[in-house]
Design a binder for this molecule. Sequence first.
Ligand code: SF4
Ligand code: SF4
Length: 463
Amino acid sequence: MDREKENTLDQKEEKRSVGISRRNFFKASGIAAGVAALGLVTKSQPVYAGQESESAIVNFAVQEVDQSPYNLPPFANAENLKRYELGKNAFYSKELSMDKFGGNPWHIEAEKYIVKFIKEGVPGYSLMDNAFYDAAWASYKGTPLFSWEPLGVSNIKRAETVGKWEATPEQNNRYIKKVANEYGSGDTGVAVLNEQWFLSQDEKGKPYVFSTEHSKPTITEEAYYIPKTMNRVIVMLAPMNPNMLKYAPTTLSEATVGTEYSQMAESAGKMAEFIRGLGYNAIPMGNDASLSVPIAIDAGLGELGRHGLLVHPEYGSSVRISKVLTDLPIAPDKPISFGAAEFCRTCMKCAEACPSESISKDKDPSDKVACASNNPGMKKWYVNTWTCLNQWVENGGGCNICLSACPYNKPKTWIHDVVKGVSAKTTVFNSTFATLDDALGYGTHDKNPKEFWDSDKNVPKWW
Ligand code: SF4
Ligand code: SF4
């Protein structure tokens, strides 16, 4: 076939598909398969958070690094960030509320949209969708599982009688991961405490204080006191169901968010109570007390994505994060790198999918903040959380579109693993891989919510 004809066919195919020709697809697959054949498939190398993936390619792609990747190019200066005041967060911003929500809290305004959508019969927003979503949060909202006090489930006195649990820090690293796995964590890592990632104060202005005068975690009217001896953070992931995220931005898609928030409470609450039973202190945390993404990165569970969320080598962005701060001696895990930040420079799928244009489309990270809720001082892709939250309200309380769009959320198949393996080693094919993702129908959020209830089959889980 002559070159001109070949090019014309390619162009036709490009128009017919969603941006990639069959030729490019096979080219990319060929590249991937070629790299696999050259040794990635058989080579098992350093692993993340000290654990082996079932995929040798993912293990090969992931390299342990000495510095957390939010402080490596293309990012910079995270070490200069100040501790964050929760009151600045968009969820609590009075300025945003006055400007957009008539002075109401955001969720009151979102409820108006929910009722409207139910009455109009909008798919994915029925009374059943909303009841499904609400109940999914049952183990998170109002739970005692995040208590700083022992729950009374573990026998605390036993360790006082026989003495605290003793093992090497390396052994404890292995043991807590087995326990976390049983308590529902999809992946677990351990970080050395970095006080910078703890909130300076809660949404009402009560400070978090690291104290040498307290031997137990203590909450008073004035402050939260954290003993300085508590210097390890166990980080656990609750993977969401990416197939549910494909119904984004409906309330139906949000059910997996509620389910995994409940899982966060289960994992963190049980882990903290387990540690208390060994004779040590433990503070379980969801989105309170500390930031989640940088601690998860410190714990070797992923990289920082363009959308400001964690990108895990296997679960991508479809994860929720819980943490337990403790004084149990545990060897920390090393941070990891697998090319995600570099991939983000050319990918931009989350930014393109975002209906409120809240995610930066700049190729490179910068120190330009996007709204008053951002924490300035670092070079990264800042997300405008004000326009994002406003979009949530107009969607009836949530979104998930950027999560759903991320190409790192993939079923565990060899082709996806090979793509991850290749992009970890070279940036040359990154833009082809991002386009390939569209062609294969991943990263979309176009499932009809009606099919969810009408189908005889349950929505499959990828993991
Ligand atoms: S949650 Fe939705 S509105 Fe917010 S950044 Fe993601 S895509 Fe944009
Ligand atoms: S969608 Fe693309 S740009 Fe956005 S976080 Fe995922 S990999 Fe990065």
